[in-house]
Design a protein around this ligand. Structure first.
Ligand code: ACO
Length: 360
């Protein structure tokens, strides 16, 4: 799934002759029908569980089970100092809804105007109904807008964003909530020190809106199902039981190698599609898996670390939530500003990976 390069010039639109297929577009927005429609981030929000767990606290808890680790080992290998763990009330859908509310507030858009809800998650509260349907109910959105979940592991948000981008560029919808929300603490084996120290819980959201000016310029997404072994949760439900191992399994060295390789390639690919250089970017907002992977990618793109939004030390790896969480932090701290050029990139189990470049 990948789009064609679209320079930010309305007059060069390749869809300008397309009919407006969606009755949800109001007359007030008819000005968009004569030019290229861009999908632009109009609001961002995030939610972190109340409980923060430092490396020291986790080390102490693991020591009680005779599992040895240390702040020093965790921080030097991953860049993580702390992460948040959700309590039972802070479900994946609850966190998603909180993040979405903040994104709507920032955009100044009423929830009733949302025409689609897409939630990226690998830790949904139920098999079904989807997290997105639960968010629709929690936000009291009664307009029967479409709502569904996307599962593409740590790249889930990149996939969800591109689906939303396509909906908007095809003039189907004007406002779409795109959310990443994860309760990975439920999926951690606290007997396995090589994985349990790396992940955390949280949610991030973006409101993507139709805009006649600019927004997402190019996106490239990929998958390689041959690469399943290094990272997986190999379980399913069968006859009322969980069948298989319901915890994260990871070959850290293999993941490191694949992640650095594919992220560099897809970053170059999407820059090429936009006709940009790494040096054109104001910010890189990468999936927050491991600071060494991020540093490697930034170096290859000639992006100084001051231009990289890093939340890993406080959040750990929040999988599909990590990119929108980091983006929201960058915006709310006043780092990422309107009209700046930003790259988002992610990689996860599958393997799946992707990148987008956009003008905020
Ligand atoms: N505390 C202390 N020691 C540990 C811990 C821990 N938490 N975990 C593993 N070790 C030990 C191992 O047992 C091993 O000991 P040994 O040499 O006596 O056998 C030693 O540390 C080295 O283990 P390695 O697995 O070789 O450690 P490595 O240097 O590869 O670092 C890490 C592990 C951090 C996971 C690294 O491989 C890595 O960064 N991988 C990338 C994976 C990643 O970022 N995953 C995120 C999720 S995937 C995603 O989001 C795409």
């Amino acid at each position: 799934m990948s789009n064609t390069p679209t320079p930010p010039t309305p007059s060069t639109s390749h869809i300008s002759d397309m009919p407006n297929l969606n009755s949800n577009f109001s007359a007030a927005n008819s000005y968009l029908s004569h030019s290229k429609v861009f999908a632009r981030i109009s609001g961002t929000g995030s939610y972190l569980p109340v409980r923060a767990v430092s490396n020291e606290e986790l080390t102490q808890q693991l020591a009680e089970k005779n599992i040895e680790t240390s702040d020093e080992w965790i921080f030097t290998r991953s860049g993580i100092k702390s992460r948040h763990y959700a309590n039972p009330q802070e479900s994946t859908s609850f966190m998603a809804a909180q993040a979405a509310k903040k994104a709507l507030e920032m955009a100044g858009v009423d929830a009733s105007k949302v025409q689609a809800i897409i939630v990226a998650t690998s830790s949904a509260d139920m098999v079904f109904p989807s997290t997105a349907c639960q968010v629709q109910k929690m936000l009291n959105i009664q307009n029967h807008c479409l709502a569904f979940d996307v599962q593409a592991a740590c790249s889930g948000f990149m996939y969800a964003l591109h689906i939303a981008q396509s909906f908007i560029e095809n003039r189907q919808y004007q406002h779409i909530l795109v959310i990443g929300s994860e309760s990975f603490s439920r999926l951690l084996n606290f007997e396995d020190r090589s994985t349990c120290v790396l992940f955390g819980d949280g949610a991030g959201a973006m409101l993507l809106s139709a805009d006649d000016h600019c927004g997402i310029i190019a996106t490239k997404l990929h998958a390689n199902g041959e690469l399943q072994a290094p990272l997986r949760i190999p379980s399913h439900f069968n006859q009322g039981q969980v069948a298989g191992h319901a915890y994260i399994e990871m070959d850290g060295k293999a993941v490191f190698k694949i992640a650095t390789d594919v992220l560099e390639k897809v970053a170059q690919e999407v820059l090429h599609a936009a006709n940009w250089q790494g040096s054109d970017l104001d910010f890189l907002v990468p999936h927050q898996a491991n600071v060494r992977i991020i540093e490697h990618c930034a170096k290859k793109l000639n992006i100084p670390l001051e231009k990289v939004i890093l939340t890993l030390s406080k959040h750990g790896n929040t999988s599909a939530a990590s990119i929108p969480l980091a983006f929201d932090e960058g915006v709310r701290l006043g780092k990422i500003q309107k009209n700046q050029k930003v790259m988002l990139e992610g990689v996860g189990a599958g393997f799946v990976w992707g990148a987008s470049v956009l003008i905020f």
